[in-house]
Design a protein around this ligand. Structure first.
Ligand code: SAH
Length: 397
Protein backbone atom coordinates (compact mmCIF):
# COMPACT_ATOMS: atom_id res chain seq x y z
CA UNK A 1 0.00 0.00 0.00
CA UNK A 2 1.20 3.46 -0.80
CA UNK A 3 1.67 6.24 1.68
CA UNK A 4 0.27 9.18 -0.22
CA UNK A 5 -2.12 11.51 1.56
CA UNK A 6 -5.75 10.79 0.78
CA UNK A 7 -8.53 13.04 -0.42
CA UNK A 8 -12.04 11.75 0.26
CA UNK A 9 -14.82 12.91 -2.06
CA UNK A 10 -18.38 13.79 -1.14
CA UNK A 11 -20.97 11.10 -1.96
CA UNK A 12 -21.83 11.14 -5.68
CA UNK A 13 -18.77 13.21 -6.60
CA UNK A 14 -16.84 10.13 -7.70
CA UNK A 15 -18.75 9.81 -10.98
CA UNK A 16 -16.54 11.92 -13.21
CA UNK A 17 -13.42 10.06 -12.00
CA UNK A 18 -15.14 6.75 -12.65
CA UNK A 19 -15.52 8.03 -16.20
CA UNK A 20 -11.80 8.87 -16.22
CA UNK A 21 -12.17 12.65 -16.38
CA UNK A 22 -8.84 13.83 -14.92
CA UNK A 23 -9.92 16.83 -12.83
CA UNK A 24 -11.23 17.06 -9.26
CA UNK A 25 -12.86 20.37 -8.39
CA UNK A 26 -12.58 21.90 -4.94
CA UNK A 27 -16.34 21.59 -4.30
CA UNK A 28 -16.20 17.78 -4.63
CA UNK A 29 -13.89 17.29 -1.65
CA UNK A 30 -15.23 16.09 1.72
CA UNK A 31 -12.02 15.58 3.69
CA UNK A 32 -8.24 15.19 3.55
CA UNK A 33 -6.18 12.88 5.76
CA UNK A 34 -3.45 15.44 6.42
CA UNK A 35 -2.61 19.02 5.68
CA UNK A 36 -1.49 19.14 2.07
CA UNK A 37 1.27 21.18 0.54
CA UNK A 38 1.05 22.63 -2.95
CA UNK A 39 2.02 20.21 -5.71
CA UNK A 40 1.91 17.13 -3.49
CA UNK A 41 0.96 13.71 -4.87
CA UNK A 42 -2.38 12.59 -3.46
CA UNK A 43 -4.73 9.64 -3.81
CA UNK A 44 -8.41 10.28 -4.30
CA UNK A 45 -11.06 8.02 -2.69
CA UNK A 46 -14.83 7.88 -2.90
CA UNK A 47 -17.01 8.38 0.19
CA UNK A 48 -16.90 4.64 0.95
CA UNK A 49 -13.06 4.85 0.96
CA UNK A 50 -12.59 3.05 -2.34
CA UNK A 51 -9.52 4.15 -4.34
CA UNK A 52 -10.29 6.14 -7.50
CA UNK A 53 -7.17 7.85 -8.81
CA UNK A 54 -3.80 9.52 -8.11
CA UNK A 55 -2.81 13.06 -9.03
CA UNK A 56 -1.26 16.37 -8.07
CA UNK A 57 -2.83 18.58 -5.46
CA UNK A 58 -2.96 22.29 -6.32
CA UNK A 59 -3.90 25.08 -3.92
CA UNK A 60 -4.68 27.74 -6.47
CA UNK A 61 -7.72 27.70 -8.78
CA UNK A 62 -10.85 25.58 -8.89
CA UNK A 63 -9.17 22.36 -10.10
CA UNK A 64 -7.77 20.94 -6.88
CA UNK A 65 -6.42 17.63 -8.16
CA UNK A 66 -5.09 16.86 -11.63
CA UNK A 67 -5.13 13.11 -12.17
CA UNK A 68 -2.30 11.26 -13.92
CA UNK A 69 -3.12 7.68 -12.87
CA UNK A 70 -6.30 5.69 -12.40
CA UNK A 71 -4.32 2.72 -11.06
CA UNK A 72 -2.92 2.69 -7.56
CA UNK A 73 0.86 2.45 -7.73
CA UNK A 74 4.16 3.97 -6.64
CA UNK A 75 4.81 7.25 -8.45
CA UNK A 76 8.53 6.98 -8.97
CA UNK A 77 10.89 7.71 -11.87
CA UNK A 78 9.99 4.40 -13.49
CA UNK A 79 6.30 5.37 -13.50
CA UNK A 80 7.10 8.53 -15.50
CA UNK A 81 9.56 6.68 -17.71
CA UNK A 82 6.83 4.30 -18.80
CA UNK A 83 4.42 7.14 -19.45
CA UNK A 84 6.99 9.01 -21.55
CA UNK A 85 7.81 5.83 -23.44
CA UNK A 86 4.14 5.49 -24.35
CA UNK A 87 4.01 9.11 -25.46
CA UNK A 88 7.09 8.61 -27.67
CA UNK A 89 5.63 5.40 -29.09
CA UNK A 90 2.51 7.29 -30.14
CA UNK A 91 4.64 9.89 -31.98
CA UNK A 92 6.50 6.99 -33.64
CA UNK A 93 3.16 5.52 -34.72
CA UNK A 94 2.36 8.91 -36.25
CA UNK A 95 5.56 8.79 -38.27
CA UNK A 96 6.92 11.90 -36.58
CA UNK A 97 9.88 10.47 -34.74
CA UNK A 98 12.35 9.52 -37.46
CA UNK A 99 11.14 11.95 -40.05
CA UNK A 100 13.59 14.18 -41.91
CA UNK A 101 10.96 16.45 -43.41
CA UNK A 102 9.17 17.01 -40.06
CA UNK A 103 11.27 17.42 -36.92
CA UNK A 104 8.97 19.48 -34.71
CA UNK A 105 6.17 17.80 -32.82
CA UNK A 106 4.40 17.78 -29.47
CA UNK A 107 5.94 15.15 -27.26
CA UNK A 108 3.69 15.47 -24.18
CA UNK A 109 0.22 16.98 -24.49
CA UNK A 110 -1.13 17.43 -20.95
CA UNK A 111 -4.45 15.66 -20.44
CA UNK A 112 -4.17 14.18 -23.95
CA UNK A 113 -1.28 12.03 -22.68
CA UNK A 114 -2.81 11.80 -19.19
CA UNK A 115 -0.18 14.13 -17.80
CA UNK A 116 -2.22 17.22 -16.89
CA UNK A 117 -0.11 20.30 -16.25
CA UNK A 118 2.72 19.20 -18.52
CA UNK A 119 3.48 20.32 -22.08
CA UNK A 120 6.61 19.35 -23.97
CA UNK A 121 7.43 20.26 -27.56
CA UNK A 122 10.25 18.68 -29.53
CA UNK A 123 12.21 20.95 -31.86
CA UNK A 124 14.86 18.94 -33.67
CA UNK A 125 16.10 17.29 -30.46
CA UNK A 126 15.57 20.39 -28.31
CA UNK A 127 12.74 19.87 -25.85
CA UNK A 128 10.84 22.90 -24.55
CA UNK A 129 8.86 22.26 -21.37
CA UNK A 130 5.95 24.31 -20.17
CA UNK A 131 4.81 23.53 -16.64
CA UNK A 132 1.17 24.40 -16.04
CA UNK A 133 0.97 22.94 -12.53
CA UNK A 134 3.22 23.19 -9.52
CA UNK A 135 3.10 19.41 -9.04
CA UNK A 136 4.65 18.85 -12.47
CA UNK A 137 7.18 21.64 -11.86
CA UNK A 138 8.41 19.84 -8.73
CA UNK A 139 9.27 16.85 -10.93
CA UNK A 140 11.55 18.77 -13.28
CA UNK A 141 14.73 16.87 -12.31
CA UNK A 142 12.92 13.56 -12.75
CA UNK A 143 11.77 14.65 -16.22
CA UNK A 144 15.32 15.58 -17.23
CA UNK A 145 16.45 12.04 -16.36
CA UNK A 146 13.46 10.49 -18.09
CA UNK A 147 13.97 12.54 -21.26
CA UNK A 148 17.65 11.56 -21.40
CA UNK A 149 16.57 7.96 -21.07
CA UNK A 150 13.77 7.91 -23.68
CA UNK A 151 15.34 10.20 -26.27
CA UNK A 152 18.96 8.97 -25.94
CA UNK A 153 21.33 10.69 -28.37
CA UNK A 154 18.47 12.46 -30.13
CA UNK A 155 18.27 14.82 -27.12
CA UNK A 156 20.19 18.05 -27.69
CA UNK A 157 18.83 20.32 -24.96
CA UNK A 158 15.98 20.84 -22.51
CA UNK A 159 14.57 24.32 -21.95
CA UNK A 160 12.07 25.37 -19.28
CA UNK A 161 9.66 28.05 -20.54
CA UNK A 162 7.14 28.49 -17.76
CA UNK A 163 7.21 32.22 -17.05
CA UNK A 164 3.70 32.74 -18.36
CA UNK A 165 2.18 29.50 -17.07
CA UNK A 166 3.37 29.37 -13.46
CA UNK A 167 3.58 32.21 -11.03
CA UNK A 168 3.30 32.23 -7.25
CA UNK A 169 6.35 32.03 -5.16
CA UNK A 170 8.65 30.39 -7.68
CA UNK A 171 11.99 32.12 -8.22
CA UNK A 172 12.17 33.75 -11.62
CA UNK A 173 15.28 31.84 -12.67
CA UNK A 174 13.42 28.58 -12.01
CA UNK A 175 10.76 29.51 -14.54
CA UNK A 176 13.02 30.10 -17.49
CA UNK A 177 16.24 28.62 -18.82
CA UNK A 178 18.04 25.48 -19.88
CA UNK A 179 17.65 22.43 -17.65
CA UNK A 180 20.06 20.39 -19.75
CA UNK A 181 22.83 21.31 -22.20
CA UNK A 182 22.55 25.06 -22.85
CA UNK A 183 22.09 25.49 -26.58
CA UNK A 184 20.91 28.09 -29.07
CA UNK A 185 17.54 29.68 -28.30
CA UNK A 186 16.75 30.10 -32.00
CA UNK A 187 16.23 26.75 -33.64
CA UNK A 188 15.42 26.04 -37.28
CA UNK A 189 12.88 23.25 -37.70
CA UNK A 190 11.40 21.48 -40.70
CA UNK A 191 7.70 21.06 -41.29
CA UNK A 192 6.91 19.20 -44.49
CA UNK A 193 10.26 20.52 -45.74
CA UNK A 194 9.33 24.12 -45.00
CA UNK A 195 11.76 25.73 -42.61
CA UNK A 196 10.78 27.80 -39.62
CA UNK A 197 12.85 29.71 -37.10
CA UNK A 198 11.59 28.97 -33.60
CA UNK A 199 12.54 31.37 -30.83
CA UNK A 200 12.20 29.19 -27.74
CA UNK A 201 13.16 32.01 -25.39
CA UNK A 202 11.08 34.96 -26.59
CA UNK A 203 8.44 33.27 -28.77
CA UNK A 204 4.81 32.65 -27.82
CA UNK A 205 3.77 29.37 -26.13
CA UNK A 206 6.80 27.09 -26.54
CA UNK A 207 7.94 29.08 -29.60
CA UNK A 208 5.80 27.72 -32.41
CA UNK A 209 2.20 26.62 -33.04
CA UNK A 210 2.93 23.02 -33.97
CA UNK A 211 -0.77 22.18 -33.61
CA UNK A 212 -1.53 23.80 -37.01
CA UNK A 213 0.90 21.61 -39.00
CA UNK A 214 -1.67 19.57 -40.93
CA UNK A 215 -3.87 22.63 -41.51
CA UNK A 216 -0.94 24.58 -42.97
CA UNK A 217 -0.31 21.59 -45.25
CA UNK A 218 -3.96 21.64 -46.34
CA UNK A 219 -3.80 25.35 -47.10
CA UNK A 220 -0.79 24.78 -49.34
CA UNK A 221 -2.82 22.81 -51.84
CA UNK A 222 -5.38 25.59 -52.35
CA UNK A 223 -3.00 28.49 -52.96
CA UNK A 224 -1.64 28.12 -56.51
CA UNK A 225 -2.00 31.48 -58.26
CA UNK A 226 -4.07 32.92 -55.40
CA UNK A 227 -3.99 36.13 -53.42
CA UNK A 228 -3.81 35.10 -49.77
CA UNK A 229 -4.37 37.02 -46.53
CA UNK A 230 -3.01 35.48 -43.32
CA UNK A 231 -4.42 37.26 -40.28
CA UNK A 232 -2.95 36.62 -36.80
CA UNK A 233 0.03 35.27 -38.71
CA UNK A 234 2.49 35.04 -35.77
CA UNK A 235 5.79 34.00 -37.44
CA UNK A 236 4.15 33.30 -40.78
CA UNK A 237 3.36 29.60 -40.47
CA UNK A 238 0.46 29.70 -42.92
CA UNK A 239 2.19 32.32 -45.10
CA UNK A 240 5.16 30.06 -45.83
CA UNK A 241 2.78 27.19 -46.66
CA UNK A 242 0.81 29.48 -49.01
CA UNK A 243 3.96 30.63 -50.82
CA UNK A 244 5.11 27.01 -51.06
CA UNK A 245 1.75 26.20 -52.64
CA UNK A 246 2.37 28.77 -55.37
CA UNK A 247 0.44 31.79 -54.10
CA UNK A 248 0.75 34.84 -56.29
CA UNK A 249 0.66 37.22 -53.33
CA UNK A 250 0.61 36.70 -49.55
CA UNK A 251 -0.14 39.34 -46.91
CA UNK A 252 0.67 38.50 -43.27
CA UNK A 253 -0.88 40.54 -40.45
CA UNK A 254 0.08 40.37 -36.77
CA UNK A 255 0.08 43.00 -34.05
CA UNK A 256 3.45 41.83 -32.76
CA UNK A 257 6.42 43.51 -34.43
CA UNK A 258 8.70 40.75 -33.16
CA UNK A 259 6.53 38.07 -34.77
CA UNK A 260 6.33 40.08 -38.01
CA UNK A 261 10.13 40.36 -38.13
CA UNK A 262 10.39 36.59 -37.78
CA UNK A 263 7.80 36.12 -40.55
CA UNK A 264 10.04 38.15 -42.86
CA UNK A 265 13.06 36.12 -41.78
CA UNK A 266 11.16 32.89 -42.39
CA UNK A 267 10.17 34.02 -45.89
CA UNK A 268 13.82 34.90 -46.59
CA UNK A 269 14.98 31.54 -45.24
CA UNK A 270 12.64 29.58 -47.50
CA UNK A 271 12.41 31.70 -50.63
CA UNK A 272 15.20 34.30 -50.50
CA UNK A 273 14.25 37.83 -51.60
CA UNK A 274 10.53 37.46 -52.34
CA UNK A 275 8.30 40.14 -53.82
CA UNK A 276 5.21 37.98 -53.39
CA UNK A 277 5.06 38.51 -49.64
CA UNK A 278 4.35 41.50 -47.45
CA UNK A 279 4.03 41.57 -43.65
CA UNK A 280 2.05 44.16 -41.69
CA UNK A 281 2.59 44.74 -37.97
CA UNK A 282 -0.98 45.93 -37.40
CA UNK A 283 -4.06 45.28 -35.37
CA UNK A 284 -6.18 42.63 -37.11
CA UNK A 285 -9.50 44.33 -36.39
CA UNK A 286 -8.48 47.60 -38.02
CA UNK A 287 -6.77 45.78 -40.91
CA UNK A 288 -9.99 43.84 -41.58
CA UNK A 289 -12.02 47.05 -41.45
CA UNK A 290 -10.17 48.29 -44.52
CA UNK A 291 -9.64 44.86 -46.07
CA UNK A 292 -9.48 44.66 -49.88
CA UNK A 293 -12.17 42.56 -51.48
CA UNK A 294 -9.89 40.71 -53.86
CA UNK A 295 -8.40 38.03 -51.56
CA UNK A 296 -9.05 34.48 -52.79
CA UNK A 297 -7.93 32.77 -49.60
CA UNK A 298 -8.03 34.12 -46.04
CA UNK A 299 -6.69 32.55 -42.84
CA UNK A 300 -8.04 33.67 -39.46
CA UNK A 301 -6.15 32.08 -36.59
CA UNK A 302 -6.65 34.40 -33.62
CA UNK A 303 -5.40 33.83 -30.07
CA UNK A 304 -7.95 32.36 -27.62
CA UNK A 305 -10.62 35.08 -27.32
CA UNK A 306 -12.33 33.11 -24.52
CA UNK A 307 -9.65 31.99 -22.08
CA UNK A 308 -12.27 31.04 -19.46
CA UNK A 309 -15.84 29.82 -19.55
CA UNK A 310 -17.15 33.12 -18.19
CA UNK A 311 -15.62 34.89 -21.22
CA UNK A 312 -17.36 32.64 -23.71
CA UNK A 313 -20.02 35.11 -24.90
CA UNK A 314 -17.53 37.95 -25.25
CA UNK A 315 -15.14 35.62 -27.07
CA UNK A 316 -17.85 34.46 -29.48
CA UNK A 317 -18.66 38.07 -30.25
CA UNK A 318 -15.03 38.72 -31.20
CA UNK A 319 -14.89 35.62 -33.42
CA UNK A 320 -18.19 36.58 -35.05
CA UNK A 321 -16.98 40.06 -35.80
CA UNK A 322 -13.78 39.05 -37.63
CA UNK A 323 -15.44 36.18 -39.47
CA UNK A 324 -18.31 38.39 -40.56
CA UNK A 325 -15.88 40.96 -41.98
CA UNK A 326 -14.02 38.34 -43.99
CA UNK A 327 -17.09 36.46 -45.21
CA UNK A 328 -18.51 39.81 -46.27
CA UNK A 329 -15.41 40.88 -48.22
CA UNK A 330 -13.76 37.74 -49.56
CA UNK A 331 -13.80 37.24 -53.33
CA UNK A 332 -16.61 35.15 -54.82
CA UNK A 333 -15.48 31.52 -54.77
CA UNK A 334 -12.98 32.33 -52.04
CA UNK A 335 -11.81 30.08 -49.22
CA UNK A 336 -11.75 31.01 -45.57
CA UNK A 337 -9.65 28.96 -43.15
CA UNK A 338 -11.04 29.98 -39.78
CA UNK A 339 -10.01 28.78 -36.31
CA UNK A 340 -10.67 29.04 -32.60
CA UNK A 341 -8.23 27.70 -30.02
CA UNK A 342 -10.44 28.54 -27.02
CA UNK A 343 -11.03 25.52 -24.83
CA UNK A 344 -14.25 27.12 -23.57
CA UNK A 345 -15.78 27.22 -27.07
CA UNK A 346 -17.03 23.87 -28.37
CA UNK A 347 -17.03 22.93 -32.05
CA UNK A 348 -20.81 23.33 -31.99
CA UNK A 349 -20.52 26.86 -30.53
CA UNK A 350 -17.94 27.67 -33.16
CA UNK A 351 -20.08 26.41 -36.01
CA UNK A 352 -23.15 28.27 -34.75
CA UNK A 353 -21.08 31.44 -34.55
CA UNK A 354 -19.95 30.97 -38.18
CA UNK A 355 -23.56 30.33 -39.18
CA UNK A 356 -24.53 33.73 -37.74
CA UNK A 357 -21.53 35.52 -39.26
CA UNK A 358 -22.36 34.03 -42.68
CA UNK A 359 -26.09 34.82 -42.45
CA UNK A 360 -25.32 38.41 -41.46
CA UNK A 361 -23.02 38.75 -44.47
CA UNK A 362 -25.77 37.26 -46.69
CA UNK A 363 -23.32 35.07 -48.61
CA UNK A 364 -23.70 31.46 -49.70
CA UNK A 365 -21.27 29.44 -47.57
CA UNK A 366 -20.31 25.77 -47.64
CA UNK A 367 -18.15 23.85 -45.17
CA UNK A 368 -15.41 21.98 -47.06
CA UNK A 369 -13.29 20.72 -44.17
CA UNK A 370 -13.67 20.43 -40.42
CA UNK A 371 -10.30 20.72 -38.77
CA UNK A 372 -8.68 20.18 -35.40
CA UNK A 373 -5.21 20.01 -33.88
CA UNK A 374 -2.60 17.57 -35.23
CA UNK A 375 -2.62 14.00 -33.90
CA UNK A 376 0.50 14.68 -31.82
CA UNK A 377 -1.90 16.77 -29.69
CA UNK A 378 -4.17 13.78 -28.94
CA UNK A 379 -7.68 14.29 -27.59
CA UNK A 380 -8.35 12.35 -24.41
CA UNK A 381 -11.78 10.82 -25.06
CA UNK A 382 -12.71 11.26 -21.38
CA UNK A 383 -11.69 14.92 -21.39
CA UNK A 384 -13.58 16.70 -24.16
CA UNK A 385 -11.79 19.94 -23.26
CA UNK A 386 -8.63 18.48 -24.88
CA UNK A 387 -10.22 19.20 -28.25
CA UNK A 388 -9.30 22.85 -28.03
CA UNK A 389 -8.53 23.71 -31.66
CA UNK A 390 -11.49 23.96 -34.00
CA UNK A 391 -11.26 24.95 -37.61
CA UNK A 392 -13.50 25.17 -40.64
CA UNK A 393 -12.61 25.68 -44.26
CA UNK A 394 -15.43 27.60 -45.88
CA UNK A 395 -16.22 28.10 -49.53
CA UNK A 396 -17.83 31.50 -49.93
CA UNK A 397 -19.87 32.40 -53.01
N1 SAH B 1 -1.32 31.15 -37.23
C1 SAH B 1 -0.13 31.21 -36.42
C2 SAH B 1 -0.42 31.25 -34.94
C3 SAH B 1 -1.28 32.44 -34.50
S1 SAH B 1 -1.19 32.78 -32.80
C4 SAH B 1 0.80 30.06 -36.81
O1 SAH B 1 0.43 29.20 -37.64
O2 SAH B 1 1.92 30.01 -36.29
C5 SAH B 1 -2.09 34.25 -32.65
C6 SAH B 1 -1.36 35.51 -33.07
O3 SAH B 1 -2.27 36.59 -33.00
C7 SAH B 1 -0.18 35.93 -32.20
O4 SAH B 1 0.97 35.99 -32.98
C8 SAH B 1 -0.53 37.33 -31.67
O5 SAH B 1 0.58 38.22 -31.69
C9 SAH B 1 -1.56 37.77 -32.68
N2 SAH B 1 -2.52 38.78 -32.22
C10 SAH B 1 -3.16 38.84 -31.04
N3 SAH B 1 -4.05 39.88 -31.03
C11 SAH B 1 -3.95 40.48 -32.24
C12 SAH B 1 -4.60 41.60 -32.84
N4 SAH B 1 -5.55 42.28 -32.19
N5 SAH B 1 -4.27 41.91 -34.10
C13 SAH B 1 -3.32 41.22 -34.78
N6 SAH B 1 -2.69 40.16 -34.25
C14 SAH B 1 -2.99 39.79 -33.00
Amino acid sequence: MSNYPKIILKPGKERSLQRFHPWVFSGAIEAVTKELSDGEIVEVYDSSKKYLATGHYQEEGSITVRIFSFTQCEIDEDFWLQKFQRAVNLRKTLGLYENKSINAFRLIHGEGDLMPGLIMDYYDGNVVIQFHSYGMFLLKDTFVNVLKNVLGDKLKSIYNKSETTLSNAIEKEDLKGFLFQANKTEIIVNEYDNQYIVDIEEGQKTGFFIDQRENRKLLEKYCAGKKVLNVFAYTGGFSIAALKGGAELVHSVDSSQKATNLTNKNVMLNFGECDKHQAFAEDAFSFLDKMDNDYDVVVLDPPAFAKHLHLKEKGLKGYRSINNKVIHNIKKGGLLFTFSCSQAISSEDFRTMIFTAAAQAKREVKILHQLSQGADHPINIYHPESEYLKGLVLFVE
